[in-house]
Design a protein around this ligand. Sequence first.
Ligand code: AR6
Length: 173
Amino acid sequence: MDKRIKVGKGDITKMEVDAVVNAANTSLLGGGGVDGAIHRAGGPKILEECRRIVSRQGGCKVGEAVITPAGNLPAKHVIHTVGPVWNGGKNKEEQLLTNCYHNSLSLAVANNCKTVAFPNISTGIYKFPKPLAAQLSIQAMERFLASDSTIKQIIIVCFDEENFRLLTNLQTS
Ligand code: AR6
């Protein structure tokens, strides 16, 4: 695996990186899971900017990404991306999840972010199968990094043991 990709376990709201990625929903107005944690820890600045984006472009489509400041988080920016809800696998879920990683990294580079932390997008409330999501996330990152020299480090911050085990296994395989 590309040496710029690291796997860790913990709370993404504590990461001192240029950008943390949020697993948001199309409304961009907050929710549960990692989205709830980021807005709670980051404070109202993040939501304020999300509202501005909503009034400008009406939310965020599945697979796409938008960027805001990170408020009180130790990170500089939050990149909000919207993962697909798993619905059996015949509704372009794999492509849409891949798009989340690709578009988040493109936006990071466009904003000169060199260090980026990702959660395991869609593997919580949106019920994407964790083994497949793990594989797709690494594949998308490696594909992106193959033609990029801005990103110095990607940290996949796993919250649950199963994701941590899956990603660690992929990292060492
Ligand atoms: N740090 C890192 N990862 C976390 C944290 C945290 N603090 N908290 C949870 N996770 P989820 P989704 C992990 O449900 O499946 C929201 O309501 C969690 O273990 O946060 O993309 C949004 O508003 C899981 O592996 O996001 C949407 O409506 C991963 O984050 C919806 O949930 C993603 O789980 C999005 O669902």
